[in-house]
Design a protein around this ligand. Structure first.
Ligand code: GZL
Length: 349
């Protein structure tokens, strides 16, 4: 709500009309267009991946001046302290709404209570926060990360069935995303539960922080430590690109022919064009799509709140599963069938 701007105009008009300003009476007019914008403070967690850049672009497109918004954007550079500082700045600026893409789930309670006391609604995007009082945020839009993990693991399971690969012959390393983030927790859980169900060997888990450099560095170290790795589960495309560089630098081959020494690369996102090309080539066997286009959905939530409506609390975006390998045409997870489709980037809506 543009509570403060209206008040300022009213105060100014009263001052002028009472003769504290020019002698000519000034009609109280509606705030001019530049004063009627809805002010949105957006605390983005960082710029660590192509997914993140696409998410930022989607938000900036949705909250344009032309659409009636003033967007105050703060990049947290993957540090929660920066995001907390950003939120406190938004409170001081008395923005109309705060949008938060939290880097990890814990540690948000007090700053979100400060926003609530200031009467500023918070909308969460992408990852979630672990707070006991769910009224600290109005609503959330993002992905079901555990479902993403289940889908990629079901694809792997079906691939092994189609190619007579025994479950116990899979030796998997998990290049995890930023530890404690909802995306990492869900994708790691999806793999862990599938490994227990099917009897896969999880050789090692390492934090690769959703970045290409960490993916390369961690995979290099793992290849020096273990000689039986034949599947690498990368929790985003940037890690997968780094892992592929490490595999090839070690003189090994990223591919689908596990039985003959190739290392199968699995990934998530489907935003990075290089990763999509790798998927089309078969260097990445399967990508669990993660949709970054939250901008229009968050904008619709703010419009609903402006109308005094209550948006759905949790809003999931639609996502597919990509592979260029012909072995698995579709998968079924939790009773829902998903067609496996060609690796193509999601079009902006
Ligand atoms: C997922 C998002 C993850 C992406 C990564 O919604 O939180 O963070 O999968 C990004 O690419 O860094």
């Amino acid at each position: 709500m543009k509570k403060k701007i209206t008040f300022m105009w009213l105060l100014l008009s009263m001052l002028v009309l009472s003769g504290c300003g020019s002698s000519r009476p000034v009609e109280t007019t509606e705030p001019t267009s530049e004063n009627s914008n809805i002010v949105v403070g957006f605390s983005q967690l960082g710029a660590e991946s192509d997914w993140r850049s696409a998410n930022t672009e989607s938000m900036k497109d949705a909250f344009s001046e032309a659409a009636g918004y003033t967007l105050v954007f703060k990049d947290g550079q993957q540090k929660q302290t920066n995001q907390i500082t950003a939120i406190r700045t938004f409170i001081q600026q008395d923005v109309d709404y705060i949008v938060l893409a939290p880097v990890t789930e814990s540690g948000w309670e007090s700053v979100m209570e400060e926003a609530k006391e200031a009467g500023i609604p918070i909308i969460l995007v992408d990852r979630l926060v672990d707070v006991s009082d769910k009224s600290l945020y109005q609503c959330w839009v993002g992905s079901d990360f555990e479902l993403e993990g289940k889908k990629v693991c079901e694809w792997l399971h079906q691939y092994t069935l189609q190619n007579d690969i025994a479950a116990e012959d899979l030796h998997i390393v998990d290049l995890q995303g930023t530890l404690g983030s909802t995306a990492q927790l869900g994708r790691s859980r999806g793999l862990n539960e599938a490994a227990i169900e099917h009897g896969w060997d999880i050789v090692a888990l390492r934090d690769a922080d959703f970045t290409q450099e960490k993916g390369r560095e961690v995979m290099t170290s793992l290849l020096r430590t273990y000689d039986n790795i034949n599947v690498v589960y990368c929790e985003n495309d940037n890690e997968a690109i780094g892992a592929i560089k490490a595999i090839e630098a070690a003189g090994l081959v990223p591919g689908k022919d596990i039985a003959n020494g190739e290392i199968m690369v699995l990934s998530f996102d489907g935003i990075n064009e290089e990763a999509l090309e790798y998927a089309r080539e078969g260097k990445i066997a399967c990508i669990g799509e993660c949709n970054p286009l939250h901008g229009p959905r968050v904008e619709a939530m703010i419009q609903a709140l402006e109308r005094g409506e209550t948006p759905e609390k949790y809003n999931y975006v639609e996502e597919h599963i990509f592979s260029a390998l012909p072995d698995v045409a579709s998968i079924t997870v939790d009773g829902v069938e998903y067609a496996v489709t060609e690796p193509v980037m999601k079009e902006k809506e």
